[in-house]
Design a protein. Structure first.
Ligand SMILES: [Zn+2]
Length: 533
């Protein structure tokens, strides 16, 4: 056994204390000097979280092109506690630091003017960095009403929970001089096009929007693939800019409304429903003759035909009555069918309920119950007036059923949903539903009648010159009762092998034949040249 005296014990204790103090001093030296950059970067990475967007999923067209027009903008990050008094004074003098908040962290967009000021300090102090900030919405964003605004409207609202759910952006770590630290930077996970992929074709969408900017102040256009029911373009006017949303909130022309899914009086495009019902129920055929004296009385209501000034259409076949949009013949059809049948067919075609499950703004429109239609209203019902309301999207779906030979299909807007790992996600919001609602025979007759409208009826201005391709469709001029009319044209091309269905709706556009049909023509031509078909 080794005997240790008191003096030696004290000596050992002091040695231990000195040793521990030495470790602490070294650690402090390490923390303050050696690890400075590392801890500093950690701190900056945390600050970055304050100033940078979360890793939100994107919104893409059918080919994976972003519809957001996102871009990066340089911001300067100022951390006053790392700055000398002279540097703080310099920044204050140049309006980069406000005197009231001169001790708070600030991130400021880097303009060419303040860049000059920042340059003088950059690299000389750890209190100033430059970092790129992602701006979600750009000047040239497309389909702004469909995409919507984060968490508030459109796809951005419906899929908000999903879009927010991206893996956190571990991102890039910067050193004190604003340079990425080698090895510490992680690859940005957003190189996968994760988010919501729509069926929209961005080139077509862009072409449609350009024409609308020239031709339509208020209104909507929907372009649909006539084979699949996929929505290829959907746009509303007036437009708005997502990056300055506040500027549009109180405007009287309501630019934030998605008019493609808003409900309006259909006017004569509703004659498609009445004709379908009449043919399917065998109350009349295309060659049957009707008589138009220029006006017709139903239960005390006198309704004029567009031929009133000329003394009426006289003897007219049902095919021509559809082509010239004769009200007298259609009121006669309505009387033969009765309100119940007309409303039943309207519902069969999908009117009166929402078409998509993915836009919260979508309106169901209005198909009144038979109890609310009196005999005097039957005339108006037969020509698409009264308290009927349909959306431009429903009008497009109505034609889809006709060109699909009577099979009603649910239109599609969302192509797929991809998570941040690149995996496709199943969603119950995307339902593909089909149902045969009228016979092929009736649908083919409707196609012939729609062709007659464009060949020699009210829709001739929808036809391109030089017989580039054949068009079929129907005009609508919906009277609002205050002297204004909504202008409609719903149609498709090529007429014998339908590829694209286009609905043009112009709010208070006054005339379907004169205003909406020519816009249809412009859009159809543009798509024709774009797709080379
Ligand atoms: Zn008539």
């Amino acid at each position: 056994m080794i005997c240790v005296n008191r003096g030696e014990r004290l000596h050992s204790l002091f040695a231990l204390i000195f040793f521990l103090i030495g470790i602490i001093v070294l650690r402090l030296f390490d923390i303050q000097i050696l690890s400075h950059n590392y801890l500093y970067s950690r701190a900056f990475a945390q600050w970055q979280g304050i100033s940078q967007d979360e890793n939100r999923g994107g919104i893409f067209d059918r080919n994976g092109r972003s519809l957001l027009d996102s871009y990066k903008e340089n911001y300067v990050f100022i951390s006053p506690r790392w700055l000398k008094d002279t540097e703080i004074e310099y920044l204050k003098k140049n309006n980069l630091l406000s005197p009231q908040k001169s001790n708070k962290l600030q991130s400021i967009r880097l303009s060419s003017a303040n860049m000059e000021v920042v340059k003088k300090l950059l690299g000389k102090t750890p209190g100033i960095f430059i970092f790129p900030k992602e701006m979600r919405y750009g000047e040239n964003a497309l389909a702004t009403h469909v995409v919507g605004y984060r968490g508030k409207t459109g796809i951005e609202r419906t899929f908000d929970h999903f879009l927010k759910g991206g893996k956190s952006k571990a991102g890039i770590l910067y050193d004190g001089f604003g340079q990425p630290i080698p090895g510490a930077s992680k690859k940005d996970v957003t190189d996968v096009n994760w988010g919501v992929w729509l069926t929209i074709d961005s080139k077509m969408q862009s072409a449609v929007e350009k024409i609308m900017d020239e031709e339509i102040q208020k209104g909507a256009v929907v372009v649909m693939d006539a084979r699949t029911g996929e929505i290829l373009a959907m746009a509303s006017r007036p437009n708005y800019k997502q990056y300055k949303l506040e500027a549009y909130l109180k405007r009287e022309d309501a630019p934030l409304i998605n008019r493609a899914v808003e409900a309006y009086i259909p006017g004569s495009i509703f004659k498609i429903i009445v004709l379908a019902a009449a043919l399917e129920e065998n109350v009349a055929d295309l060659d049957d003759e009707f008589f138009c004296s220029g006006a017709k009385q139903v239960g005390g209501n006198i309704i004029r035909c567009n031929s009133y000034e000329k003394g009426g259409h006289g003897r007219i076949s049902l095919r021509d009555a559809f082509a010239y949009s004769c009200n007298c013949a259609f009121i006669e059809l309505g009387l033969r069918l009765g309100k119940v049948k007309i409303l039943e067919y309207a519902e069969k075609f999908g009117l009166g309920k929402k078409v998509l499950g993915v836009l919260a703004e979508e309106k169901p429109g209005n198909i009144p119950s038979p109890q609310k239609i009196y005999q005097a209203d039957l005339g108006n019902l037969s020509i698409g007036q009264g308290n009927l309301q349909i959306t431009p999207l429903q009008a497009t779906q109505m034609l889809l059923t006709v060109v699909r030979d009577g099979i009603r299909m649910t239109p599609v807007l969302v192509k797929k949903v991809v998570d941040s790992s690149g995996f496709e996600v199943q969603t119950e919001l995307v339902i593909h539903d089909t149902e045969k609602i009228i016979s092929t025979n009736t649908a083919r007759k409707l196609q012939k009648a729609l062709k007659a409208v464009v060949d020699y009826g009210t829709g001739t201005l929808s036809k391109p010159p030089n017989e580039l391709f054949e068009v079929a469709g129907k005009t609508g001029t919906a009277e609002l009762g205050d002297g204004n009319n909504h202008a409609w044209f719903v149609g498709y091309f090529p007429a014998d092998n339908p590829r694209y269905i286009i609905t043009v709706f112009i709010e208070k556009g006054q005339s379907g034949p004169l205003k909406a049909a020519p816009v249809f023509r412009k859009i159809a031509e543009e798509i024709y040249f774009l797709k080379g078909k």
